[in-house]
Design a protein around this ligand. Structure first.
Ligand code: HEC
Length: 224
């Protein structure tokens, strides 16, 4: 018994340390200092660009709202390769298909995020490219205010606390269109708060379909 105890503790330590090294430390060292890849002329993309490109728009605050509201419990942000799931067969999940940009997600796609919101479970759709398939701000606001406006059977929670009901003085341009059972009292309107706007900015920035450098070369090699 005396000898078994230290062995048990050692085994326990190894069971935690070995995965920590191979799942976290090694990938971190490999990827954290990777330089952005630059597009070449064959890539048919403005050459001043580099991959991964820098997100524009104020979405850092939105990232915080996304994290704090637990969206990642139901939504992933990761388009898996086809051997691991049928993500690429779902319309728009891989990105803008019409422009031929749709593809699986790569580790470098998250470089500009403070936190990579990979997600825990996939109760709702994958959101890695939601900004590519839906550009309408009003659509996002309606979904967040009450997902059943668009989909009667939706089981996505309502985030009404991100919206403010106010008396109409001058009708606001960004008020949510609410009809039927969702309508509010006459003389009132529902408008997004700053948090809601930041969250929508963040969702609109979810476009992990930037072309990969060297893609055209690969295609040429494959065609030969
Ligand atoms: C309890 C699980 C759950 C949580 C938490 C949740 N959602 Fe959803 N979401 C869903 C489901 C289910 C759908 C699909 C049904 C629908 O369209 O309403 C969905 C749909 C969506 C869509 C539409 C995607 C598309 O491609 O049409 C967006 C955008 C979205 N959710 C954003 C969010 C954001 C942002 C949060 C956090 C504030 C969030 N969701 C939290 C379950 C959830």
């Amino acid at each position: 018994m005396k000898k078994e105890f230290p062995v048990f503790i050692l085994g326990l330590a190894a069971a935690f340390v070995v995965p920590l090294i191979f799942l976290i430390l090694v990938p971190y060292l490999q990827l954290s200092n990777a330089d952005p890849e630059v597009y070449s002329e064959e890539d048919d993309v403005p050459t001043a660009w580099a991959y991964p490109s820098v997100w524009t728009g104020a979405n850092k605050e939105g990232e915080h709202v996304y994290a704090s509201l637990g969206c990642a419990y139901c939504h992933t942000q990761m388009v898996r390769p086809t051997y691991a799931g049928a993500d690429m067969w779902r319309k728009g999940w891989g990105g803008n298909e019409e422009d031929g940009l749709a593809r699986e997600t790569r580790a470098a796609d998250y470089s500009n995020d403070r936190r990579a919101m990979l997600g825990y479970m996939r109760i709702g759709q994958d959101l890695a490219n939601v900004g590519a398939r839906q550009r309408d701000r009003a659509w996002y606001h309606a979904k967040l205010y009450n997902a059943r406006i668009q989909n009667v059977d939706s089981n996505m929670p309502s985030y009404k606390n991100l919206y403010r009901k106010q008396q109409i003085a001058q009708p606001s341009a960004n008020a949510i269109k609410l009809e039927g059972r969702f309508a509010v009292e006459e003389g009132y309107e529902v408008v997004p708060t700053e948090k809601a706007e930041a969250l929508v900015d963040y969702l609109l920035s979810r476009k992990m379909d930037a072309p990969l450098p060297g893609k055209n070369e690969e295609e040429e090699v494959a065609a030969k």
